[in-house]
Design a binder for this molecule. Structure first.
Ligand code: 5GP
Ligand code: ZN
Length: 114
């Protein structure tokens, strides 16, 4: 369920610091360490799912929760003018951290990327 070499598993476990903005029994959200936008958070499952490649229909409630909590978090972080979701998958998809994560970007443009 957890990978001892995975940086996001360590954040979930509180073994390395992160600016957490939300946590429940299944997911954690925290600020990206190198933000591309004024607000850039990552929403991750607590269990170690490497990427969307491993996701099945049984994960629909987990993915739904990750998506569904994001508007509230953006609101709480002061984002009032829309936001963007991104999920990178695998090498060709540009994924660098192999623990499933949903990027959520918001805040006034210009942004660094995206
Ligand atoms: P990916 O390219 O895998 O979709 O994005 C990984 C994201 O994780 C990058 O935006 C990167 O800045 C972020 N990241 C990598 N290591 C850490 C870390 O230790 N803490 C936090 N908060 N974000 C990280
Ligand atoms: Zn992990």
């Amino acid at each position: 369920m957890s990978d001892p070499n995975c940086i996001f598993c360590k954040i979930v476990a509180g073994q390395i610091p992160a600016k957490k903005v939300y946590e429940d029994d299944q997911i954690v959200a925290f600020h990206d360490i190198h933000p591309w936008a004024p607000v850039h958070i990552l929403i991750v499952p607590k269990q170690h799912v490497p990427s969307m490649v491993e996701v099945t229909e049984a994960d629909a409630p987990l993915l739904g929760r990750m998506m569904a909590v994001s508007p509230r978090l953006m609101r709480e972080l002061g984002v009032t003018n829309g936001f963007r979701h991104v999920v990178n998958t695998g090498r060709d998809g540009g994924q660098e951290v192999m623990h499933l994560h949903l990027h959520v970007f918001g805040g006034p443009r210009p942004w660094l990327k995206g």
